[in-house]
Design a protein around this ligand. Structure first.
Ligand SMILES: NC(=O)c1ccc[n+]([C@@H]2O[C@H](COP(=O)([O-])OP(=O)(O)OC[C@H]3O[C@@H](n4cnc5c(N)ncnc54)[C@H](O)[C@@H]3O)[C@@H](O)[C@H]2O)c1
Length: 258
């Protein structure tokens, strides 16, 4: 507890799913949290719930593909909390289509949210953190950087690029002598709207059952289990961890390796 006391964190895509769970874990560890999302009402409600639990939490409507939105998010964090120590680039989308079906517009949209959003946030966070003693950036990639399936035409390449962007940023910060660490987290299948469509019975669907059976731990991940790993990477306990990929997938990726 309190591993992040006094720190200020921004979590994107935090209205629900992994982002919401991560914001809650960071807040439990003592961080003041700025939650952002395109889902205004859901985000405001979730943020109000965190505040009711006694956490310092603020919500900001935010499209991660917009430069001006990022500028507003950074200003809001500084106005409310005075500094930025942690950024979690979590917002992401998946449009399940084969390479034959997918339109250029859809392909670009996935790259825009997953990769360009991450680029904009990482760049702006570095510009800010380098002047205030450093920080930690955690980018949410996916096990799909390694476990490739046909319906991830844009998603899988976007997440592979997120992993490499994280390393580029990490090495730049190290070279410049900024005390900023950048890492990527690679969740496997988790119980969120993105995978189950919010349906608790999803585990009964044959394809989902098949997926679960392939996971060595024989279950999907819980959103808080990803949040706990993000909290570790964001904390000083991970002071020697940068440019790393951390898989949180119940052993799935290792089990696929030859
Ligand atoms: N759920 C999984 O199994 C899984 C596995 C691997 C990786 N991930 C990754 O974890 C992250 C969170 O996924 P999730 O499962 O919680 O999904 P989710 O769909 O439940 O939540 C994603 C959130 O991002 C927000 N978002 C979408 N587009 C946005 C934009 N342009 N600007 C700001 N916010 C936007 C959504 O409104 C939503 O609240 C994503 O990056 C996803 O790719 C999820």
């Amino acid at each position: 507890m309190n591993r992040l006391e006094g720190k200020v964190a921004i979590v994107t895509g935090a209205a629900r799913g992994l982002g919401a769970a991560t914001a809650q874990v960071l807040a439990r560890e003592g961080a003041k949290v700025l939650l952002t999302d395109v889902l205004l009402e859901t985000g405001l409600n979730y943020c109000a719930m965190l505040a009711e639990q006694g956490h310092e939490a603020v919500f900001c409507e935010h499209d991660v593909t917009s430069e001006s939105d990022w500028d507003r998010v950074m200003s809001t964090a500084l106005e409310h909390f005075g500094r930025i120590d942690i950024l979690v680039n979590n917002a992401g989308i998946q449009l399940p289509q084969t390479i034959e079906e997918m339109s250029l517009a859809d392909f670009r949209r996935v790259l825009d949210v997953n990769l360009v959003g991450c680029f904009l946030g990482t760049q702006r966070a570095i510009r800010q953190m380098k002047n205030t003693g450093g920080g930690a950036i955690v980018n949410i990639a996916s096990n799909s950087t390694q476990t490739i399936v046909p319906l991830t035409t844009a998603y899988s390449p976007s997440k592979a690029a997120v992993a490499n962007l994280s390393k580029v940023a990490a090495l730049h910060c190290a070279k410049e002598g900024y005390a900023i660490r950048v890492n990527s987290v690679h969740p496997g299948p988790c119980e969120t709207d993105m995978l189950t469509g919010g349906d608790a019975r999803a585990a009964d669907i044959p394809q989902v059952r098949q997926l679960i059976d392939a996971i060595p731990l024989k279950r999907m991940g819980r959103p808080s289990e990803v949040g706990e790993v993000v909290a570790f990477l964001a904390s000083d306990a991970a002071s020697y961890v940068t440019a790393a990929e951390l898989f949180v997938d119940g052993g799935l990726t290792a089990s696929m390796m030859k």
